[in-house]
Design a protein around this ligand. Structure first.
Ligand SMILES: Nc1ncnc2c1ncn2[C@@H]1O[C@H](COP(=O)(O)OP(=O)(O)OP(=O)(O)O)[C@@H](O)[C@H]1O
Ligand SMILES: [Mg+2]
Length: 469
């Protein structure tokens, strides 16, 4: 005997299928009384399906989309996200007609928690890529009329002077904008047609390899049999032909610097293990956090350093410029997040938070500053689940939103001992008591003054943060 469609009804198989579905299903009559609810639907409401049947759907789902389908007698394909507790789902509801007579309606709802979480993850990845990518547009470069005015002008000259493009060297501590400046040179070079609009920009950090042999194969390529298992491979030098090769931490090439020197002098390279000379037309930008004059092969240094571009550390820049950087990163974040969630997003830093941020010390310079700004906004911003219907959101970043580390950065000479007795046990009791009343660090500091304790607000903020108060 073969299974027939009628058997599905007769033996309750349909019901079994509906109960095993991952989607919730409800069916009501014209009065909105449930005549069927599957297991998912029942689980949603923490009820039993058999208890639900015979009761109005509104008892379990007060805002049921099904009720709209009943009223309008047409399908409602709802795109809105509905919540029951922390569960999220989207619903579609359809009328039921039998012999053209309206008999009721049914709804199907899909749990989108997982999809939603995945979707959010993707969105956040995109956001972070956006926030972390180096600024490529000269208008975005803070300090172009201040601390960087000369270096930006010089950078233009490396590729746009009448005598033709030159190689160059960029020196600056980690996170000072070396990659950004190299990108900028690339754009200048395209603007003045020294290189083609589609010219390559190839970047490699020579310091990332465990040994210089591997870096050399990457850069110069290899011929088959050059070393055990070697294949014929085009190196980055060849890939950068007619464009720019950005060699970060170039001194890490060690002995292969002589090959680089040869390439610079003759305009030709040889692949590792090869004998053929391959002509290359490449503008080289070498960068380093170290003083390349001391680290690099002197002849190579001399060849590349016709233009040496020096990027100052963040703490060498003026307060006004740091403030501009803060505004710039805040605006960038607010704009990106606003676009991501389709809202107008405004962010403001309290005076104390801004002062603390600007006074802190940043060993990893602008990148670290940017990350701390982003982190602080993150920690002050509302949760994604709180912004369902808003179109405009304001976030105020306060001292306690700054990451823990900032207080160390603020007082770089603080050693652990100093931090531990930052606040005496008696004063700490008062801090706890005032915190319990909901006061912030600045007010607590004032109150302690009345008790004869002089403790700066940022120390209190640090204490609150450290003790998660
Ligand atoms: N003057 C500036 N204005 C705006 N953004 C800047 C400025 N300088 C640096 N940045 C940003 O700071 C971040 C770090 O810069 P970048 O990656 O160019 O530094 P780096 O010197 O190459 O760092 P590393 O030594 O780690 O390679 C980037 O997002 C960059 O766009
Ligand atoms: Mg870099």
């Amino acid at each position: 005997m073969n299974l027939k469609i009628n058997d599905l009804y007769k033996f309750g198989i349909i019901e079994d299928i509906l109960n095993r579905s991952n989607d919730g299903i409800n069916i009501v009559n014209t009065e909105g009384i449930l005549i069927y609810a599957n297991k998912v639907s029942a689980d949603y409401t923490n009820a039993k399906a058999e208890d639900m049947i015979g009761n109005p759907i509104s008892q379990y789902y007060p805002k049921a989309v099904l009720l709209q389908a009943l009223e309008k007698k047409c399908a409602i394909l709802d795109k809105k996200i509905h919540f029951i507790g922390s569960k999220k789902y989207i619903v579609s509801a359809y009328p039921i007609y039998i012999n053209q007579q309206f008999m009721g309606a049914f709804s199907i709802f899909k749990d989108i928690q997982e999809i939603d979480e995945l979707n959010n993850k993707i969105k956040y990845l995109q956001l972070h890529l956006k926030l972390n990518e180096p600024e490529k547009d000269v208008f975005s470069i803070i300090g172009k009329n201040g601390s960087l005015s000369q270096v930006v002008e010089k950078a233009r000259r490396t590729v746009a002077s009448l005598g033709g493009p030159r190689h160059s060297i960029i020196i600056g501590e980690s996170g000072t904008g070396k990659t950004m400046l190299a990108n900028l040179i690339y754009d200048f070079a395209k603007d003045v047609h020294v290189i083609d609009e589609k010219a390559p920009f190839i970047e490699i950090n020579c310091g990332q390899f465990t040994n210089p042999d591997i870096a050399a194969v990457e850069i110069f390529g290899s011929e088959e049999g050059a070393y055990t298992g070697a294949k014929q491979k085009k190196g980055l030098f060849e890939q950068a032909n007619r464009g720019i090769l950005f060699l970060d931490e170039a001194h890490a090439l060690k002995q292969y610097q002589t090959m680089l020197l040869k390439a610079v002098e003759s305009g030709k390279i040889r692949r590792i293990g090869g004998s053929k000379e391959i002509p290359v037309d490449v503008i080289i930008i070498a960068a380093s956090t170290k003083n390349l004059k001391e680290e690099m092969l002197p002849e190579l240094y001399q060849r590349l350093a016709q233009y040496e571009l020096y990027l100052p550390a963040l703490n060498e820049r003026s307060l006004a410029e740091k403030r501009d950087l803060l505004r710039y990163f805040v605006d960038k974040y607010a704009k990106a997040v606003g676009e991501l969630h389709g809202i107008q997003y405004h962010v403001e830093f309290s005076q104390e938070a801004e002062d603390a941020l600007l006074a802190a010390n940043y060993p990893r310079n602008i990148r670290q500053f940017r990350d701390i700004v982003n982190y602080s906004i993150d920690s002050a911003a509302p949760l994604i689940s709180d912004i369902i219907n808003e179109t405009e959101i304001f976030t105020k970043v306060d001292l306690e939103n700054l990451p823990f580390d900032t207080y160390d950065l603020y007082h770089p000479n603080n050693d652990a001992a100093y931090r531990n007795d930052l606040i005496s046990p008696d004063a700490a009791k008062l801090v706890h008591a005032y915190r319990n009343k909901g006061y912030g660090p600045r007010i607590i500091s004032k109150k302690l003054e009345e008790h004869g304790y002089h403790i700066e607000f940022y120390k209190i903020a640090y204490y609150l943060k450290k003790h998660r108060l």
